[in-house]
Design a protein around this ligand. Structure first.
Ligand code: ATP
Ligand code: MG
Length: 364
């Protein structure tokens, strides 16, 4: 049988989802889900992972589970096509992590560049929670439990997928071919790999408060774009402006399509022409921001409207998640079974082992 093609990815319920999530992973997931090219799609809300750096604030995590689920549905993830579930409800993942911990060294974890940056960001210094430090291992469990072949994520997740691949190779080498090596699927548009925050900081992130949320009202979006970081040296309209590191242009790279010029700004044929004018000088930030606002509103309006509809029946969403957890758990339990068998810790199912031991002791 040909290997099944399986998608898996998720988000931490540490806040509502933002446009960085959208361009980095969410938009792609919906396309993949609807493409018919994959046998299964698993999408999960990583509450257990969120607790690794929010252990003292479980209420935040609990409140945001439903927010993330609403954002999923609003963007077009469809529970009839994708299994949407909550990480903590799948205890099999803990057991897998426990075995994988034997396959990874402390120094290997210390070298993980994303974990390094995140430790700095959170000011953990020397008091790093062990659970946080080892979250790449638990992420490997999340991925392999569902035999995922394809993981659509943003660039910051690259070291995690590499870590998961190493664990798979090591496991299979020691215990025999059991786990599936996942492939990362990065956005093909460079601006979407790691969308910067509205403050110009390297990454839009829930933890940094520099986000445009998918559920922000039209007014909030307009306000946030108005005060966005651009080129600090572009003071007068006549001044030549810089595109590189100019967040407004990065967002245009991520969202602007040629038809947007026809609809909202027919002075230019495309983004290249607009950029050239800005670089020459004579084009003010406010005009560019107005254009970006029109594009963002067009993209976000349908998401906002759908979210409002789903908000009308919250119990139905918990119900959907519960069903997703049941399906996910079945799959994870099957993989765990195979893992235990490969590791030879399935004593009671192993009639041969019992018979062999019996013979051995009789002979003595
Ligand atoms: P936190 O600050 O709690 O870590 P986050 O905003 O980084 O939250 P995650 O839940 O860690 O969000 O990430 C979920 C997914 O979204 C991952 O695939 C990640 O790569 C992607 N992602 C997050 N932020 C961005 C961004 N700014 N640009 C592109 N992709 C992103
Ligand atoms: Mg993150």
């Amino acid at each position: 049988m040909a290997k099944e093609k399986i998608i898996l990815t998720g988000d931490r319920p540490t806040g509502r989802l933002h446009i960085g999530h959208y361009v980095g992973s969410l938009r792609r997931r919906v396309e993949l889900q609807n493409s018919g090219l994959y046998d299964k799609t698993f999408i999960f809300i990583a509450d257990a992972q969120a607790l690794t750096d929010n252990m003292d604030n479980p209420e935040k995590v609990r409140q945001n589970v439903i927010e993330v689920a609403l954002d999923y549905l609003a963007c077009g993830l469809d529970p009839t096509k994708s299994t949407i579930f909550i990480q903590s409800q799948i205890p099999e993942l803990c057991e897998l992590s426990f075995y994988y911990m034997d396959l990874v060294t402390v120094s290997r974890l210390q070298r993980n560049p994303t974990v390094k940056t995140e430790i700095q960001m959170r000011n953990f210094e020397t008091s790093i929670p062990v659970g946080f430090f080892t979250y790449p291992i638990s992420q490997a469990a999340d991925i392999t439990a569902f035999k995922a072949t394809t993981v659509p994520v943003g660039e910051d997740q690259e070291p995690m997928i590499e870590q998961a691949r190493e664990i798979v190779r090591r496991f299979n080498h020691i215990y025999g071919e059991t786990l599936v090596e996942p492939e990362i699927l990065l956005p093909d548009n460079a601006a979407c790999l790691r969308l910067p925050g509205t403050d110009g900081k390297a990454k839009m992130s829930k933890s940094l408060g520099n986000c445009i949320y998918l559920s922000d009202s039209a007014d909030e979006v307009t306000k946030k774009i108005k005060s966005m970081y651009t080129d600090p040296n572009h003071i007068r309209v006549e001044d030549p402006g810089q595109i590189e590191g100019n967040t407004v242009f990065t967002y245009l790279d991520a969202f602007c399509r040629p038809e947007h010029f026809e609809r909202y700004w027919n002075d230019y044929a495309n983004l290249a022409e607009l950029k050239a004018h800005y670089q020459r000088g004579g084009l003010g930030d406010m005009k560019v921001k107005k254009f970006l606002t029109a594009i963002m509103q067009e993209e976000l309006e349908p998401i906002r409207t759908r979210r409002k509809e789903f908000e009308q029946d919250i119990p139905a969403i918990y119900d959907m998640l519960k069903k997703g957890c049941e399906v996910a758990r079945e799959q994870a339990a099957q993989t765990l079974d195979e893992v235990r068998r490969a590791m030879k810790i399935n004593y009671f199912d192993d009639a041969e082992l019992i018979a062999e031991q019996a013979r051995k002791f009789k002979a003595e």
